[in-house]
Design a protein around this ligand. Sequence first.
Ligand code: NAD
Length: 285
Amino acid sequence: TAIILDGLGLANELALELKQEVNSLKVIPVLKVILVGNDPESQIYVRSKEKRAREIGINLEVVSLPETIEEREILDLIDRFNKQDEVDGIMVQLPLPQHISYHNIINALDPTKDADGFSAVNMGKLWLNEPNFIAPATPKGIMTLLDHYHLELAGKNSVIIGRSNIVSKPLASLLLARNSTVTITHRQTTNIIEIARQADFLFVATGQAEMVDKSFVKPGAVVVDVGINRTDHGLVGDVNFSEVKQVAGYLTPVPKGVGPMTVISLMEQVVSHAKMREENGAKSD
Ligand code: NAD
């Protein structure tokens, strides 16, 4: 049976290291989280970020805004945070209400403070292999997890199921940068099982509870389950865990797999910005 990739365990270890790093800084890392409306899922995600931030010593402030807020007001708020030197990261919890343009909001962020790395500037730098980009937290966390288990990507086939901007596309770029051969599949892909069975690394980000059963998986493959689905039998991934565990070589659980790695990666970006701020401050003293 598969070796379970322990995202929560690794995230806990990394949190301790980050906490020490923060203790050695003179500045306090600051993350602003903009939360629009009352989406219950978003509130759960924000709470898990708050918990991690508190542990590490990051000052995370949630700015809760009503569902009816105008785009202009959010843009003004972002502008203010962009200009405040002591703000290291800004993130806008998705989804946003229909009347607000996701693109306008995301691209208003100062790219160095775009803690989620979703802006066109960061995404462009990621695809162009330019230095100093911020990688989206979920794919970054996945790479950290694979590296921790010394899983070598070079020359291997990676198949991603799902083509989202926040997970799948940036993940494809990070995998390419590691010399993996990458295939992205999606709802319109006709022979998805056949393609998935070629994968040495199979990444699933569809939001379809337990859709990937063992027929998708080559024996011994590494299977990374990004999905988070609430069902009447609890929280499950996009992978049928008990079935796929029998054939995969490695498998991430849900919960305690990719989720905690996402949160810790976000915290890493914020601490790294605070470090840079301290160094720059020291230079101008
Ligand atoms: P999304 O919800 O934006 O899009 C889903 C993608 O899956 C689409 O590209 C679609 O074409 C594809 N898809 C859907 N059904 C399919 C099918 N039957 N066959 C093939 N492809 C199919 O994607 P997302 O934002 O990447 O989210 C995916 C899942 O990951 C969700 O469950 C979400 O909650 C979860 N998620 C988890 C984390 C984390 O930290 N663990 C972070 C982000 C998203």
